[in-house]
Design a binder for this molecule. Structure first.
Ligand code: HEC
Ligand code: HEC
Ligand code: HEC
Length: 137
């Protein structure tokens, strides 16, 4: 027996194999090492005690909520001063407070968000209005 239309069959077969094994190769390169959020910014390097607004573990899991609360306080209640549990006061501002310390947005926020599976350049909708820090990429 002779296969007359070998070419389309082979192409079809190639596509089929590609689709069938899609789940196998789709995750290739995604098994990235866990993120290592960098703290080597000028402001953080100058800090005597390197601490965030809340303890690190809490920041890791609750920073979205904190930002949300800050926004509500500023926009609804016109209150701009946040007093942390240790009594330290912060200006409730994404741009002027968080990003003043974490000026390495791409190495810090973005790296962790991409790993966590949020869209690339995660939380882009914040940066359509808020000004992201200037970085040398
Ligand atoms: C459509 C535009 C817009 C988007 C998108 C947006 N914001 Fe805002 N945000 C504002 C405006 C306007 C204010 C009020 C600014 C002021 O009064 O200083 C504000 C205030 C804030 C504040 C308190 C004040 C400050 O300077 O930071 C925080 C915190 C904040 N937003 C966080 C966020 C976060 C986090 C996101 C993304 C999840 C986000 N915002 C997305 C417009 C936006
Ligand atoms: C005064 C400087 C400073 C400010 C302001 C600040 N941070 Fe931090 N942040 C740090 C330092 C230093 C650490 C590391 C803390 C540690 O190792 O215990 C950190 C840790 C974190 C972590 C955990 C990182 C990890 O490795 O798990 C997150 C998330 C974070 N900050 C987000 C934010 C957000 C969001 C804001 C604003 C709401 C903010 N930070 C404001 C200095 C700051
Ligand atoms: C240690 C890892 C880590 C770091 C560092 C980090 N984030 Fe996140 N962030 C997350 C994770 C994980 C989520 C998603 C949580 C969820 O889906 O409930 C998130 C969610 C958010 C959200 C809510 C997004 C949404 O779609 O609702 C905002 C806003 C945010 N992060 C801001 C920041 C900012 C600003 C920084 C840098 C100052 C930062 N994050 C640094 C892990 C991190």
């Amino acid at each position: 027996m002779k296969i007359y239309n070998a070419k389309p069959i082979l192409i079809g077969l190639a596509i089929f194999i590609g689709l069938a094994t899609f789940p196998l190769w789709f995750n290739m390169g995604k098994a990235a090492p866990p993120p290592d959020p960098k703290l080597d910014t000028p402001v953080i390097q100058r800090m005597a005690v390197k601490q965030c607004i809340m303890p690190k573990d809490q920041m890791r899991t609750e920073h979205m909520q904190l930002l949300n609360d800050w926004r509500t306080e500023v926009v609804r209640n016109n209150n701009r001063i946040y007093t942390a549990s240790d009594g330290k006061q912060y200006n409730m501002s994404l741009q002027n407070e968080c990003m003043n310390c974490h000026s390495n947005k791409s190495q810090f926020c973005d790296q962790c968000h991409i790993y966590a599976g949020l869209q690339a350049d995660a939380t882009p909708y914040c940066w359509t209005c808020h000004i992201a820090p200037k970085e040398n990429k």
